[in-house]
Design a protein around this ligand. Structure first.
Ligand code: HEM
Length: 455
């Protein structure tokens, strides 16, 4: 089978790493599809890492691309795939808006192209899911956005992070010391999930022994109910979401009577602005803090183990020079891009890069594609732990919604790798990990590893 790049693409740089037959076939299928039928938001190719070819093609020939409702299970949407265009829209909160109708699957979730209800859902079921939507700071424009963000920002200020650092490091050490040596285990479950839950519990000042409850709530809030998933029905999802809400509101009340502190719940309890927030906004803000800090860091940590296994020359560089940890962390955040996209809407009818957008149109900013734009980045498909300017990536977004927890995420990953290098000479990935079936969260459901015994 030919692996020559189709005529449209001049530089088949992405082909340099060895491609499997399945990837070659997937790429050929993408190039054989009429452009207007391409649906970059189809979740299935994300689970098999076959989405790259659509983005490669769109960046080259249709960087502002429209998928109509006939060709997607979502609403119609625009795809923005080049670095510069993503930044142009992400930093323009006048022409583009984050405010979405209450049409999100996740209460208070990020504006993303997440399907509202499972395939084949009836209009009543879709409406039932829509009715459960709610605002959060991520789905607000100025001035509300600044007020909501300001109410909790201190929780991840440099001073707060400096306070948390010794505690987070100690807890990471505890988790790593409990790992089995010389036998297979699931890194996602035993390390990535637990570590992230531990940090979330610290940020919420939530009992450590109940930390996995936070992970469970976050997973439930971001899961589409379907048979076989962690929630099977909308009623079950509702029941668990209400439990989360009740517990958070109870904590909020409790913190009001305690001295002010820098955990997120205390910051909200003592903020002079929160009394003006609606119940669904408070729930939304707490939800976004929980979800924002959960999947993202978890999947970056799993991604770092996977990437170092697949690029052994880079692992050798890192193990020989632990000073590379901060740059390796940023490189992993770019390479993994744990959130594939964020969504905006056009604020009015307009022309953007020669395309006619209509007021209210959905626009997906594909960070996952911008991070592979070779007009901006040198050898973007490669994982390079000593890359020049490693913090130059799109994974945290840009503009006013730029990730609030970005420094915290970097801190957590840096501390984890500092503690890993002190303990383990290698972490070996066994087989291929199971990847997440989602066009939004780009990550790993499970990844079997072995930490070899020291000789
Ligand atoms: C590697 C880890 C992470 C990645 C890749 C990531 C990515 C993102 C992205 C892409 C956005 C939206 C940016 C935009 O729309 O312009 C965002 C927003 C946000 N993130 Fe993160 N995130 C990470 C970790 C965290 C952590 C640890 C927290 C913990 C608190 C967090 C909290 C938030 C919040 C609250 C927002 C909303 C900010 C706003 O609307 O002003 N994130 N993040």
């Amino acid at each position: 089978m030919s692996i020559l790049a189709p005529d449209e693409v001049d530089t088949p740089e992405i082909l340099k790493p060895e491609l499997s037959a399945a990837q070659i076939a997937a790429r050929e299928r993408v190039y054989a599809t009429p452009l207007e039928e391409l649906d970059p938001a189809d979740p299935a190719p994300f689970a098999s890492e076959q989405m790259w070819w659509k983005f490669e093609r769109l960046r080259a020939v249709a960087p502002v691309h429209y998928t109509s409702v006939e060709h997607t299970q979502h609403d119609a949407y625009w795809s923005i795939t080049r670095w510069d265009d993503i930044i142009a829209i992400d930093t323009d909160s006048v022409n583009f808006t984050n405010e979405t109708p209450a049409s999100m699957l996740i209460p208070g979730s990020s504006p993303a192209l997440i399907r509202l209800a499972g395939p084949g859902a009836t209009p009543e079921q879709i409406k039932a899911v829509e009715d459960r939507g709610g605002g959060s700071l991520l789905s607000m424009d100025p001035p509300s956005h600044g007020i909501h963000r300001g109410a909790v920002a201190e929780g991840v200020s440099p001073a707060a992070l400096a306070d948390f650092e010794p505690l987070i490091r100690e807890r990471i050490g505890g988790i790593l010391d409990g790992l089995p040596i010389g036998e297979e285990f699931d890194w996602v479950d035993l390390v990535s999930k637990d570590l992230t839950a531990m940090t979330l519990a610290t940020l919420f000042n939530y009992p450590q022994e109940k930390r996995r409850q936070l992970t469970h709530w976050s997973d439930v809030l971001t899961t589409l109910p379907a048979p076989g998933r962690i929630v099977e029905t909308i009623e079950e999802k509702d029941r668990i979401s209400l439990e989360f809400e009740a517990e958070m509101f109870q904590l909020l009340e409790q913190r009001k009577s305690e001295p002010a502190a820098t955990d997120f719940i205390s910051l909200m309890a003592h903020s002079p602005h929160v009394k003006d927030f609606s119940q669904s906004e408070i729930r939304g803000d707490i939800g976004v803090l929980l979800i924002g800090g959960n999947d993202t860091t978890r999947n970056t940590l799993s991604g770092s183990v996977y990437a170092l296994d697949r690029f052994p020359d880079q692992a050798a560089k890192l193990y020989a020079n632990p000073k590379l940890i901060p740059s390796m962390v940023s490189e992993t955040i770019r390479w993994q891009t744990p959130l594939s996209h964020m969504m905006r809407r056009a604020n009015h009818d307009m022309e953007f890069r020669g395309q006619q957008m209509r007021k209210g149109d959905k626009i997906a900013l594909w960070y996952v594609s911008g991070n592979r734009d070779d007009s901006k980045l040198d050898r973007p498909n490669e994982y390079i732990v000593d890359r020049k300017n490693p913090r130059q990536h799109l994974s945290f977004g840009f503009g006013i919604h730029r990730c609030l927890g970005n420094r915290l995420a970097e801190l957590q990953l840096r501390l984890t790798w500092e503690e890993i290098l002190k303990r383990f000479p290698k972490i070996q990935v066994v087989g291929e990990p199971e990847r997440t079936f989602s066009n939004f969260v780009k990550g790993y459901e499970s990844m079997t590893v072995v930490i070899p015994r020291r000789h």
